[in-house]
Design a protein around this ligand. Structure first.
Ligand SMILES: NC(=O)c1ccc[n+]([C@@H]2O[C@H](COP(=O)([O-])OP(=O)(O)OC[C@H]3O[C@@H](n4cnc5c(N)ncnc54)[C@H](O)[C@@H]3O)[C@@H](O)[C@H]2O)c1
Length: 278
């Protein structure tokens, strides 16, 4: 636990799901958490829960798509605490639906939050960490950043970009004392599915088709992420399914493509009542 005690972390998307779990897990290890979320009620609740449990948290309402606002939070955290040990660029959204159904506006929204949001955190925190000579940037990507997934193509694009950004920055930061990791979860039981827009597909149907045993809670996910951070892993896959797909993707990408194609065919039959042409 000594690794964490008295350290300072910024967590985005801390009002719900994985970010909420991370904020609690960090605070319980003695970390001062600057917990940020676009939703003021959620972030106020997160701060109060952490304080009630005896932890230290500062709740900040923050939209990660606003570069100046992200920079201000990072600067303020550094000035106030004299250090930033971790930034978890975790806030994210999803839009589901085949590319033929999804509008340009949906693509832009997903890329703005999931990619620009991470870039804003990196651009603000990385130079400070380089000056300090230490720090760890942890970007939440997804297993969808490591393999092809139909029906969430804009999300997949954003998460592949986050993986590429993270592994490349990891190389730049290595000799400067800054660590960088990409977290790649499989199915985590959060509200992201309820909060996301789905076009031409039924979210409940999608959830019902994922066996519950494949998923884990956000608190369990947070614990596993922190284990990966302690070990300074470049890629931190979370859940058994994510591990299997990641390995399969490297061993036999064609097998993953065939698997995804099969899944999509079944989904189309369920949702559109369309039999595949070949
Ligand atoms: N749940 C999963 O199965 C899963 C799997 C892989 C990756 N992820 C990724 O994990 C991260 C967290 O997702 P989650 O499942 O915990 O979702 P969640 O919806 O439970 O939590 C996401 C939080 O981010 C906040 N948020 C959304 N837009 C924001 C913005 N512009 N600025 C600041 N905060 C914003 C929301 O208010 C919400 O509180 C996301 O990047 C997501 O893509 C989730």
């Amino acid at each position: 636990m000594t690794q964490w005690n008295e350290q300072v972390a910024i967590v985005t998307g801390a009002g719900s799901g994985i970010g909420h779990g991370l904020s609690h897990a960090l605070a319980s290890r003695g970390v001062t958490v600057v917990a940020c979320d676009i939703n003021p009620e959620r972030i106020e609740a997160t701060q109060k829960e952490i304080e009630a449990a005896g932890g230290k948290a500062v709740g900040v309402t923050l939209d990660v798509t606003d570069a100046d606002a992200v920079a201000a939070v990072v600067r303020d955290t550094h000035e106030r605490h004299g250090r930033i040990d971790y930034i978890f660029n975790n806030a994210g959204i999803a839009v589901g639906g085949e590319v033929r159904d999804v509008e340009l506006e949906d693509w832009q929204k997903v890329l703005k939050v999931n990619l620009d949001g991470v870039v804003h955190g990196v651009v603000a925190a990385y130079p400070i960490m380089v000056d300090q000579g230490f720090g760890h940037i942890i970007n939440t990507a997804s297993i969808e950043g490591l393999a092809p997934f139909p029906s969430t193509v804009s999300y997949v694009a954003s998460k592949h970009a986050v993986v590429g950004l993270s592994t490349s920055l990891r190389v730049e930061g290595a000799d400067l004392g800054v660590k960088v990791s990409a977290v790649c979860p499989g199915y985590i039981k959060t509200r992201i599915f309820e909060d996301s827009k789905f076009v031409g597909m039924d979210v409940q149907d999608e959830i019902d088709n994922v066996p519950a045993w494949l998923g884990i809670t956000p608190d369990e996910c947070a614990k596993r992420i922190l284990r990966g951070v302690e070990r300074n892993k470049a890629i931190i896959p979370i859940t058994g399914m994510a591990w299997v797909l990641w390995v399969l993707m490297r061993v036999s990408p064609n097998a993953v493509i065939a698997l995804m194609r099969r899944q999509l065919r079944h989904a189309r039959i369920r949702m559109r009542n369309v039999e595949p042409k070949n």
